[in-house]
Write a protein that binds this ligand. Structure first.
Ligand code: ADP
Ligand code: ADP
Length: 226
C-alpha cells in the first residue's frame, strides 16, 4: 500500500504544447482517485508516468515516499489494468492470472494458493480452465483484475477499463470495482472520460483540461459547486 505524490508534473512530447502541464496531486494511502476529462486532456499520459511507461519531462513522482522518476516499471510494484485487458489468448484463465507470479519465479504451490484466492474473490472459480476467447466481456475484465490483484502491488492503475463494455455490464463492473477497491483497501488511480464513473466510483475526482488540473474535489463537492 502506498501514497502517490505527483509534484509539478510536466510532460512534453516534443511538439511544444505540454500534454501534462504542472500537475500536483497527492493520493492518500488507500484512496480511490479518479482522473477525468475529455479525450486528449492528458489522463493516460499522467497514468503512464505513474506506472513508468512514459518519461517525465519535469517534476517529481513519489510513490510510498520514494522518488521513482528513474525507476523502471518492474521496480515500482504497481498493477495496471488496461482498456483492452491485454490477456494472453493462448493461456487459460488460471495461467493468465498466474502469469506475473511465474515471471517473478514464485513456487507453484504458492502460485496456486494466490490464484485460488483471487478467483474466489472475483467469482472466477468455475472458469479457470477456459481461454479468454470463450469468456464474456465482464469475465475477461475480472481476469485482468485477477492478474492485477495477485501481485500484492502497492497501487492499482486503471486506464478506462470499462469503455469496451455495454451499459449494463459497465454498471455491474463499476459496482464490482468499487467493492473490490474498498475490500482490498488499495490505493487506486482510475482514468475515465465518463462523468457517471467519475461521480460514483471514487473518493476524489481530479478534473483535467488540456493538461492542466482544473479541480480536485470529492464527488459531493463537485456536485454542490458545479
Ligand atoms: P487522454 O488520455 O486524456 O485522451 P493523452 O494523455 O492520451 O490524453 O494525450 C494527451 C495529449 O498528448 C494529446 O494531445 C495527445 O495527442 C498527445 N500524445 C499522447 N501520446 C503521445 C505520443 N506518444 N506522442 C506525441 N503526442 C502524444
Ligand atoms: P522489459 O522490456 O524488460 O520487459 P518492461 O518495461 O516492458 O521491461 O516491463 C517489465 C516489467 O515491468 C513487467 O514484468 C512488470 O513487472 C512491469 N510492468 C510493465 N508494464 C506494467 C504495467 N502496465 N503495470 C504493472 N507493471 C508493469
Amino acid at each position: 500500500m502506498a501514497t502517490i505524490e505527483m509534484k509539478n508534473i510536466v510532460k512534453e512530447y516534443g511538439d511544444g504544447f505540454p500534454a501534462v502541464n504542472d500537475v500536483s496531486i497527492d493520493v492518500a494511502d488507500g484512496e480511490f482517485l479518479i482522473l477525468v476529462g475529455p479525450s486528449g486532456c492528458g489522463k493516460s499520459t499522467l497514468l503512464r508516468m505513474i506506472v513508468g511507461l512514459e518519461d517525465i519531462t519535469s517534476g517529481d513522482m513519489v510513490i510510498g515516499g520514494k522518488r521513482v522518476n528513474d525507476l523502471a516499471p518492474r521496480d515500482r510494484n504497481l498493477s495496471m489494468v488496461f482498456q483492452n485487458y491485454a490477456l494472453y489468448p493462448h493461456l487459460t484463465v488460471y495461467e493468465n492470472i498466474a502469469f506475473p507470479l511465474r515471471l517473478a519465479g514464485m513456487k507453484s504451490s504458492e502460485i496456486d494458493e494466490k490464484v485460488r484466492q483471487a478467483s474466489a474473490t472475483l467469482d472466477l472459480d468455475e472458469h479457470l480452465e477456459r481461454k479468454p476467447a470463450n469468456l464474456s466481456g465482464g469475465q475477461r475484465q475480472r481476469v485482468a483484475m485477477g492478474r492485477a490483484i495477485v501481485r500484492d502491488a502497492e497501487a492499482f492503475l486503471f486506464d478506462e477499463p470499462l469503455s469496451n463494455l455495454d451499459a449494463k455490464l459497465r454498471g455491474q463492473m463499476r459496482t464490482e470495482i468499487a467493492r473490490l477497491q474498498k475490500k482490498l483497501g488499495i490505493t487506486t488511480v482510475y482514468v475515465t472520460h465518463d462523468q457517471t464513473e467519475a461521480m460514483t466510483l471514487g473518493d476524489r475526482v481530479a478534473v483535467l483540461k488540456r493538461g492542466v488540473l482544473q479541480q480536485l474535489a470529492t464527488p459531493r463537492e463537485l456536485y454542490e459547486q458545479p
